[in-house]
Ligand binder design. Structure first.
Ligand code: ADP
Length: 587
């Protein structure tokens, strides 16, 4: 336009000037001005043109630079995306519209077991189990229509044929200026571990609920508005109501008037103060019956958890037991009084019996001594000569009378001992002399039976402190028994003085050990303890061969006890017996 205007100006300005001015000098002057004006205007126009051209060039350069930046940004983004795809833990698989695998990242290689080089170009369907392939086709079709499928949980195939539980997000891949869909990308996440955890969680939850349902404790959950949220089987039994009558309803609706009860106080404390509470409570049911429960209440985020144990049976048993105990105590008291009275009576009767025996024995001994005395006189012929038959008969009277006297003496002794009237008098004496005296008494009988009597006594005096008469009585009894129950062999009396084991050194502890052993009939083991009881004889039948009262050993044991010693027996049936008396010698 400027060039056109300039051409017109050049072509017609002189003519325009010639038609306006006729004076040649003025024309020349005006032509000079016109030329000058033309140069100025043209210069101005040229300047403007130049500036515009520079601006256009500058804009061109700027556009080129922007394009380069954009290209670099895209390149960086691509590298970044490729790095993410290469290093992500999610498997990323892309496929073309015909379903052929286009890319397969390292995570996909790890997950599916295929190498990228093997699978790229092969159909994506090889990753999908047979039954799900139709579904995949439908999904791929919707994706190519531009849709997106997120977190689809399914199973895909590993190269070894096993199934992989996965979560898949499918999106269309767009390319080109018109952003046309060129393929599908799949982001596949391995959810095997999550599935295992979920399954374990589910099992644990099931166990939890099964446990709650099967335990004997009642479990109930009440929400903050006192509404029953959960009631287990045991709680249904404790409440004596079906579950449907409670779930969804409030405590106050189910139990009208419960606010006034002890159990509500407990529940309210846990609900309001948010602290666990525990108490044994008695609950009155609407039908008038009552039950005892151990109730524990725990605050939980939902409201409160109530654990109850039915203690009604135990409580009833406790009450019954308490009543029984009280009755028993009363009865025991009554029986104790009755027993004390009975014991008193028994002791009195025993005392009377002993007194009676002592008196009777004494009364019997006097006439018996007289019989023995006179029989002896007659037998000695002091009252005139006797026939052989009379001597024999009187001899029998004398033997029977002696036996009777022995018996009476024994009865007298044992009754005195039992009545606590037999005193022992301790005094020093020579045990050797006592033994010789006793032996001289039994020797004739032993000789008559053809038995040896052996004494095993240490040399020297055997001074001890005890009751000489009672020691002699004990030894006489044991020696008499030994001779009585021995038909062959002999009888041995052994005596030893020994130091008491663990004896007090200040009060020299010495013991006299006296052992009477024989080679007689012996005693069965089961009779060894019985023979020390009054009137106990091993051979107690009517046919027994040996005479005796059955009191000798009983008296021995009691006398030994009074003297502070012990008596024991060891025996072998058919081989003989050994009686051992150990007495404190105290010298
Ligand atoms: P008894 O007057 O009958 O001898 P004891 O009390 O002295 O009464 O003895 C009780 C019983 O012990 C005797 O009847 C006898 O059976 C048994 N017994 C005692 N000593 C001996 C012994 N040395 N050998 C065998 N049995 C004996």
């Amino acid at each position: 336009m400027y060039a056109c205007a300039a051409a017109l100006w050049i072509a017609f300005s002189d003519r325009l000037l010639g038609s306006l001015v006729r004076d040649p000098a003025t024309i020349i002057q005006l032509s000079a001005y016109k030329g000058f004006f033309f140069v100025v205007v043209t210069s101005g126009l040229l300047y403007l043109l130049l500036r515009r051209s520079v601006a256009i060039i500058e804009a061109g350069f700027a556009a080129l630079e922007t394009k380069e930046i954009e290209r670099r940004r895209h390149e960086e983004e691509r590298i970044h995306a490729e790095s993410i795809i290469a290093h992500t833990d999610d498997a990323i698989v892309t496929c073309a519209l015909d379903g052929a695998v286009a890319s397969f990242n390292p995570a996909a290689e790890r997950l599916f077991g295929h190498r990228a080089s093997e699978i790229v170009g092969r159909p994506m369907a090889i990753l999908v189990p047979e039954p799900q392939q139709r579904r995949l086709e439908a999904i791929l079709a919707s994706i190519t229509d531009g849709e997106r499928v997120e977190h689809l949980e399914t199973e895909l195939c590993h190269r070894d044929g096993s199934r992989l539980p996965v979560s898949v997000t499918l999106s269309p891949v767009r390319r080109g200026p018109e952003r046309a869909v060129r393929g599908v990308s799949a982001i596949v996440r391995d959810i095997a571990a999550r599935k295992l955890t979920e399954a374990a969680l589910l099992r644990s939850e099931e166990r939890h609920w099964t446990t709650l349902e099967s335990i004997l404790e009642g479990c109930q959950i009440l929400d903050h508005a006192w509404r029953y949220v959960y009631v287990n089987e045991a709680a249904v039994r404790h409440n004596r109501r079906p579950q449907a009558e409670m779930l969804g309803r409030t405590l106050q609706e189910v139990w009208p008037g419960i606010e006034a009860t002890q159990v509500f106080g407990l529940l309210e404390a846990a609900m309001k103060e948010r602290v666990p509470c525990l108490e044994e409570v008695e609950f009155a049911f609407p039908d008038g019956s009552t039950g005892w429960f151990d109730v524990r209440v725990h605050p939980i985020p939902e409201g409160i958890f109530v654990l109850s144990v039915d203690t009604s049976e135990r409580k009833r048993a406790e009450l019954a037991l308490r009543e029984l105990n009280e009755n028993l105590e009363r009865k025991v008291e009554e029986r104790t009084v009755a027993l004390a009275a009975a014991r008193e009576r028994a002791e009195a009767a025993d005392r009377i019996k002993s007194a009676f025996l002592a008196t009777m024995s004494h009364e019997l001994r006097t006439p018996l001594n007289s019989i023995l005395g006179f029989t002896g006189i007659i037998l000695q012929g002091l009252a005139g000569p006797l026939t052989a038959e009379q001597v024999k008969q009187l001899g029998m009277v004398q033997t029977s009378a002696r036996h009777l006297l022995d018996l009476i003496n024994d009865v007298l002794d044992i009754s005195k001992i039992e009545a606590g009237e037999l005193d022992v008098r301790f005094a020093p004496f020579d045990l050797r002399a006592a033994i010789e005296r006793v032996t001289s008494v039994v020797l004739p009988l032993a000789t008559k039976k053809g038995l040896d009597v052996r004494l095993e006594i240490p040399d020297g005096a055997l001074a001890i402190v005890s009751d000489r008469r009672r020691v002699e009585q004990i030894l006489l009894n044991l020696l008499n028994n030994a001779i009585k129950f021995t038909d062959r062999g002999g009888v041995t009396l052994a005596v030893a003085l020994e130091r008491e084991e663990g004896g007090d050194t200040a009060n020299v502890g010495r013991l006299a050990r006296m052992t009477v052993s024989d080679t007689g009939i012996g005693i069965d083991a089961q009779h060894l303890e019985l023979i020390f009881e009054p009137f106990r004889q091993v051979d107690s039948g009517l046919q027994r061969q040996h005479e005796g009262t059955g009191l000798g050993l009983a008296i021995c044991r009691r006398l030994v006890g009074l003297l502070g010693g012990t008596i024991s027996v060891a025996s072998d049936r058919g081989k003989g017996s050994t009686f051992t008396v150990v007495l404190p010698a105290r010298s």
